[in-house]
Design a protein around this ligand. Structure first.
Ligand code: FAD
Length: 404
């Protein structure tokens, strides 16, 4: 988010400084599944969640794990998240998710063209594959959301899905194919190229951790970097780490991290043409530059909790059920931090009390790669005092998050 926003803000006469304690894009944005998920319009909390959650949590190999410490520290977030599963709230969140995800590739292409980079995406669509007939039937019911959002998709039986991806298990119940989605074959390369372009176009980079942000008149003081610069306009894009900084600016938000893992199979013994997502197991398999990346699952735990590497190994074990030819072992297990709000929508827009000085772009949850370019275009328009390309009302930082 920081990289796309910084690039979108660059204009003659405007100096943009990017601050990051890491190499930009090398954190959570480097290890995701690479999907530009134009077809993913379902919020994480969907109707029926309450009845399915206990089984998910009780299975050690299930897609969701809840650490007891999270339950103690973030119980109100959990209540707010469950409250979002009401049908009308899920529908509202789906409309707002779709507004950011459906045009994602168009905005990515626009940004890349603007900075002189070729489009790097593999445009072979996205396959949502289901092992059990019950999950497949439920998924077909949820397709109504895609129909209402105008998403193109095809329903495939197991044989038709295997015709697209022969590596899938013969027992597959069925799949949903979204032909307009795409994937990036190595997201870190995308970030590296964006960073190179940012600097080549005159962007400044300060490597260091922001300790605190403080409002001073119409400006924002950035503490912790030695010089303590004053920014005329500040854009907060610190992913899962944004909550403390937003609070210092006067805007507390219920932001947590849904932690996720990946593991790489450098010589997987099989070929996929496109990303295959296994929603009932909570992960995706993406053919990438260095092998097959298995990425996903949700672990509700704090940013500081130690990694649970068995979650990464579970990815390989579960993948064997759907991709029986998979060869192991997986290597380089990785942990990332999805920034998540209870309604699965980001915070995107200006601070209501400082509409020309402070801007937010964080909390993109499972869809940060998808939505990074469209979000950046929205902020760049606001910064110029122009109308953003879409209504930012649903993403306001002061929107309500009801407990029930
Ligand atoms: C396993 C997994 C799979 C995923 N798959 C996909 C996918 O296929 N498609 C998709 O669209 N999304 C996917 N996502 C989600 C996506 O990766 C995230 O939404 C996205 O990376 C968030 O980007 P960000 O820029 O907001 O945060 P980050 O990438 O975390 O960047 C935040 C930056 O802020 C910096 N920072 C934080 N605090 C400070 C501070 N105090 N001072 C200085 N710097 C600071 C950090 O160093 C970091 O570089 C996946 C996520 C995971 C975990």
């Amino acid at each position: 988010m920081g990289l796309t926003t910084a690039l979108a803000l660059q204009r003659p006469g405007v100096t943009v400084t990017l601050i990051d304690r890491l190499t930009p894009g090398s954190g959570t944005s480097s290890g995701n599944a690479g999907i530009i998920a134009t077809s993913s319009v379902h919020p994480e909390a969907m109707p029926g969640l309450l009845s399915s959650l206990p089984a998910m949590l009780l299975s050690p190999q299930g897609p969701v794990r809840l650490r007891p410490s999270f339950l103690l520290q973030q119980f109100p977030w959990l209540l707010r998240f469950l409250a979002q599963a009401r049908p009308q709230r899920a529908e509202t969140a789906s409309v707002a998710t779709s507004a950011l995800s459906k045009p994602a590739l168009r905005f990515w292409d626009g940004l890349l063209q603007q900075v002189g980079l070729p489009s790097p995406f593999t445009r072979k669509g996205l396959l949502y594959a289901y092992g059990s007939p019950r999950s497949f039937t439920e998924a077909l019911r949820d397709n109504a959301y895609r129909t209402r959002r105008g998403i193109t998709f095809e329903v495939l039986d197991g044989a038709a899905a295997r015709a697209l991806e022969p590596a899938l298990a013969p027992s597959l119940a069925g799949a949903i194919y979204a032909p307009e989605a795409a994937h990036h074959p190595w997201p870190q390369t995308l970030s590296d190229q964006l960073f190179e372009r940012f600097r080549a176009r005159g962007g400044l980079f300060v490597g260091g951790a922001v300790a605190a942000l403080a409002r001073e008149g119409g400006q924002v003081r950035v503490h912790g970097l030695g010089a303590q610069p004053l920014a005329d306009q500040l854009f907060l894009c610190a992913g899962a780490y944004s909550a403390t900084l937003a609070k210092q600016l006067g805007w507390p938000v219920p932001l947590v991290t849904e932690r996720g893992y990946h593991i790489l199979h450098p010589a997987p013994g099989l070929e996929l043409t496109r990303t295959v997502l296994f929603p009932e197991l909570g992960f995706a398999a993406t053919p990438m530059a260095e092998g097959l990346r298995l990425a996903g699952t949700v672990e509700l735990a704090s940013l500081e909790a130690p990694p649970a590497w068995d979650r990464a190994e579970v990815l390989s074990r579960n993948a064997l059920r759907m991709l029986p030819a998979l060869r192991g072992p997986g290597v380089k297990p990785w942990l990332g931090f999805r920034p998540s709000l209870p309604d699965s929508l980001p915070v995107l827009g200006a601070a209501p009390d400082a509409p020309q000085e402070i801007f937010f772009a964080f909390g993109h949850g499972h869809l940060g790669l998808t939505q990074a370019a469209v979000s950046a275009a929205c902020l760049a328009a606001l910064a110029e005092g122009e109308a953003p390309p879409l209504d930012l009302g649903p993403y306001r930082i002061d929107r309500p998050f009801p407990l029930f």
